[in-house]
Design a protein around this ligand. Structure first.
Ligand code: COA
Length: 176
């Protein structure tokens, strides 16, 4: 059995918040600590990845949090958001946001991300959405390459705030 085939994808439950929140912070910092200064990345982590915030997001009916698990350990996660404002460069009314999409560094390049993306598409389809859009830092070639392989294409730029640091992220759009 391949390593990716051993991966399980499931919806997050309330009890996952305690384990998920610190891993979200760890995986964000592994990927993006170098993208800004410590004050701004620290502010971003504090605002987004504490346990209470994750418990609230898991409970939010307008957010689907998906977890990828390998041998009982959390390996990655994604969030599909159904109530966020769509950027101006995305015209489609039946679009939703792929808000976060992360794997632990040890799981990169093992095929798990494609399985998680299948589950993201299924969650979007379940809610009648036909398009996904996302923001990605312009200097994140690995993530951009992955999204391109998944059929996403650049349609514009939008501001992503890391603390007070205004990043001009790419907006990518892909069909569900
Ligand atoms: C985005 C992410 C989930 C993709 O998962 P992954 O396992 O790396 O995906 P894959 O291995 O299928 O694809 C990555 C591609 O990037 C390529 N790549 C890796 N490092 C690269 C680099 N420095 N420059 C260019 N391409 C790179 C890989 O070779 C691969 O392309 P290939 O299949 O054509 O060889 C994972 O990289 C991740 O968690 N990154 C950190 C978090 C993140 O940036 N999330 C996105 C936020 S918008």
């Amino acid at each position: 059995m391949s390593k990716a085939a051993a991966l399980q994808i499931r919806r997050a439950e309330a009890a996952d918040a305690a384990a998920l929140a610190p891993l979200m912070a760890e995986w964000f910092l592994a990927a993006y600590a170098h993208a800004s200064d410590a004050a701004n990345t620290g502010a971003f982590v504090a605002a987004n990845f504490d346990r209470a915030k994750q418990a609230a997001e898991i409970a939010n009916p307008d957010i689907v949090t998906l977890i990828a698990q390998s041998d009982g350990e959390l390996a990655g996660y994604a969030q599909v958001r159904f109530a966020t404002p769509t950027p101006d460069c995305v015209d489609e009314a039946d679009a939703c946001e792929l808000g976060r999409f992360y794997f632990a560094p040890a799981h990169h390049g093992r095929g798990g991300a494609a399985l998680l993306m299948d589950a993201v598409r299924a969650a979007a389809r379940e809610r009648g959405r036909r398009w996904l859009w996302l923001l990605v830092w312009q200097e994140a070639p690995q993530a951009i390459r992955f999204y391109e392989k998944q059929g996403f294409a650049k349609v514009g730029t939008a501001v992503f705030l890391v603390g007070e640091d205004r990043k001009a992220d790419f907006v990518l759009r892909g069909i569900v």
